[in-house]
Design a protein around this ligand. Structure first.
Ligand SMILES: NC(=O)c1ccc[n+]([C@@H]2O[C@H](COP(=O)([O-])OP(=O)(O)OC[C@H]3O[C@@H](n4cnc5c(N)ncnc54)[C@H](OP(=O)(O)O)[C@@H]3O)[C@@H](O)[C@H]2O)c1
Length: 264
């Protein structure tokens, strides 16, 4: 994409965090924002905040962990006369703690939202994105770049997102559709409240020095889409840290990877 002017943007997970910030930064230039999440009242207040003449904002209340609801959402989108030119697959959640203690419904929800819904939306919207020579922005994480004990399933879902984005990007070369994987480090949003398990207080596993703002993450990501970049890690310190980490051989990384086990 050369510009976001007159774009039709679908943002999943627009009710908070990065998703709401994507909407804020695109609202001044986009033609249509299609905002999807479960919390309708959050979407409505965002619509009220961003309303301006010339901008259409459509809201969809959808649980992306629910296959039937996702199918109905896609059907409703297809019935409309707007064709998406930028798909931002942002909705996602984490789960922090030992795998042996995890709550299956939450893990399943994470797999369904982070992996299945993202893949399904991309597949469904690809024809119109190809017709528009548009763009896909998949919100992954630095967690996708290395295994993370106590965030094991989350990191694995994001490894899927980064890998899938790279492969799809390669497949789409020459079609005019760009695919970008956004790999942020830790950012203060509602993410850590959701990732936290009942009774735990330690779901902020990365050093505070690596934290950047949601505004910076989103601005960096949108710039990366305009420059057709494959992958972007916002924040220079996080980027350097991840580059260094990628040079450490796995057999050495394993030595420092095991979290201390609390006695039950
Ligand atoms: N914050 C970080 O440190 C960080 C770092 C790297 C990557 N990320 C990634 O960034 C993305 C956005 O996270 P965030 O930090 O902005 O966290 P957030 O504030 O918790 O936002 C998550 C968004 O996902 C939506 N969502 C969750 N489950 C959903 C479902 N079943 N159906 C529809 N929407 C659902 C939520 O909306 P509803 O609850 O209203 O449905 C919310 O809008 C996620 O993919 C996350 O993995 C975050």
């Amino acid at each position: 994409m050369k510009t976001f002017a007159d774009s039709v943007v679908l943002i999943t997970g627009a009710s908070s965090g990065f998703g709401a910030e994507f909407a804020r930064q695109l609202a001044p230039v986009a033609k249509t924002l299609i905002l999807a999440a479960r919390r309708t009242e959050r979407l409505e207040s965002l619509r009220d905040e961003l309303a301006r003449p010339g901008l259409t904002i459509q809201l969809y209340t959808v649980d992306l962990a629910d296959a039937a609801a996702t199918a109905a959402f896609l059907q409703e989108l297809a019935r409309g006369d707007q064709r998406v030119t930028l798909l931002i697959n942002n909705a996602g959640l984490g789960d922090h703690g030992l795998f042996e203690d995890c709550d299956w419904p939450k893990v399943e929800q994470m797999l369904l939202v982070n992996v299945v819904a993202l893949t399904r939306l991309t597949r469904a919207l690809l024809p119109e994105l190809m017709a528009a020579r548009g763009a896909v922005l998949n919100v992954s994480s630095v967690a996708s770049l290395l295994p993370l004990p106590t965030l094991g399933v989350y990191a694995a879902t994001k490894a899927y997102v980064t890998s899938f984005s790279e492969a799809l990007r390669a497949e789409l070369r020459g079609t005019g559709v760009s695919v970008t994987a956004l790999c942020p480090g830790p950012v203060t949003t509602e993410f850590f409240d959701v990732a936290q398990r009942a009774g735990n207080t330690d779901a902020a596993p990365a050093p505070a020095i690596l934290k950047v703002s949601a505004q910076l993450v989103v601005a960096t990501a949108l710039k990366a889409v305009l420059h057709d970049r494959a992958r972007v890690i916002p924040g220079w310190l996080t980027s350097v840290a991840m580059t260094l980490a990628s040079c450490v051989p796995m057999f050495l990384m394993r030595l420092g990877m095991s979290p201390p086990r609390k006695k039950k």
